[in-house]
Design a protein around this ligand. Structure first.
Ligand code: NAP
Length: 330
């Protein structure tokens, strides 16, 4: 059986990827940080076949020990401080985990033997936030980076060090430049899930207001279940390379809000929404839209869930969960 090792296993993508790889016959090892990580409970429920391994992206020896234990064929580095807003408050931590963590993972692979003799294949979770103040539209693999947050800056370092280690040490290392991808497993702090959860709670009479920042920002939103497949596809190629993964469509936060309320039959959504400057970013990313034609042509990847289906899936899931929590029959 092939063996996969995933950092960030407790996150949205980690659980989707574990499910996908398990379905393909992989033994899946997931790295979990901390002495009593609350994410372990959802791992046991959702992906009980994952073998958990202790480790932290801030601690190189722990990464080496984790790889020695898992002996993986493929390493997927999804672990990160991934919330842009938090990265402004905790910029140093973000640089350490989201940026330097990539370097430590690559070093651990070299120590275990990621050379031609033992070619561990490595996937790095790069991000469209690296494009930030975009230099061209749509963005592709050659678009210059102009990050607008400590998170984006840390991801640029991670991306560049993957290219450098690939070229310097002949590692099979790929980066997926993934545009936003969402789903019912998205953390509640991210805007899509914040909106769908609030809309569900407003519909159920559990909440009266949704407070947001900039409604004009535009994002290219896909479904996480589609995007983890692209990660795996990259590692099955003959040569390592970097790929943009995106839907090629962009939608504003306002559209997301309007569509989410429409899903529960509320048309006058402005009655429930208030803007608060505290949710505006110090430096904004106004518009992201990806050109994934390289992934279409070379990997044969394409997204299957479109924006309306994604919003509907998330709102319906949140209605079910919030109604069950409140003991409301539907
Ligand atoms: P997520 O849900 O926020 O998960 C982040 C994961 O990183 C969690 O499992 C977290 O573990 C782990 N982590 C945090 N600090 C760590 C540390 N010091 N050592 C090891 N692990 C640590 O993120 P996601 O949405 O699944 O995204 C996966 C990756 O793709 C991230 O690198 C993200 O930046 C990147 N990305 C995401 C998107 C997107 O739209 N979702 C787009 C582009 C790129 P705990 O639960 O223990 O904190």
């Amino acid at each position: 059986m092939p063996r996969a090792f995933i950092t960030g296993i407790t996150g949205q993508d980690g659980r989707h990827l574990a499910e996908f790889l398990h379905g393909r016959g992989y033994d899946v090892y997931g790295m979990v940080k901390g002495q009593n990580n609350p994410g372990i409970a959802s791992l046991r429920d959702e992906v009980p076949y994952v073998e958990t391994v202790p480790g932290d992206l801030a601690d190189l020896p722990s990464l080496v020990a984790a790889l020695e234990l898992a002996q993986p064929d493929e390493v997927y580095n999804l672990g990160a401080i991934s919330f842009v807003a938090l990265s402004f408050n905790q910029a140093e931590l973000t640089a350490n985990i989201t940026g330097l963590g990539v370097l430590r993972m690559l070093e651990a692979i070299r120590m275990i033997g990621g050379s031609q003799n033992n070619p561990i294949r490595f996937y790095q979770a790069s991000s469209s936030e690296m494009f930030g103040k975009v230099r061209e539209t749509p963005q592709n693999e050659s678009t210059p980076f102009h990050p607008r947050s400590p998170y984006g800056c840390a991801k640029v370092f991670g991306h560049d060090i993957v290219v450098n280690y690939r070229e310097s040490y002949d590692l099979f290392a790929c980066s997926g430049i993934l545009f936003n991808h969402e789903g019912p497993r998205r953390g509640i702090e991210f805007v899509t899930r914040k909106v769908t959860n609030a809309v569900a709670r407003i519909k159920l009479g559990l909440q009266h207001e949704l407070v947001l920042g900039n409604l004009d920002s535009k994002r290219d939103w896909g479904y996480a279940g589609d995007y983890v497949k692209a990660m795996w596809m990259m590692l099955q190629q003959d040569q390592p390379d970097d790929y943009v993964i995106a839907t090629g469509e962009t939608h504003s936060i306002e559209e997301l809000v309007e569509r989410s309320f429409a899903e529960v039959g509320i048309d006058d959504w402005r009655r429930y929404v208030r803007q608060d400057p505290k949710f505006f970013r110090p430096a904004e990313v106004d518009l992201l839209i990806g050109d994934a034609s390289k992934a279409h042509d070379q990997l044969g990847w394409k997204p299957e869930v479109d924006f309306p289906e994604l919003v509907s899936m998330m709102v319906q899931h949140d209605l079910e969960v919030e109604a069950a929590k409140a003991g409301i029959e539907r």
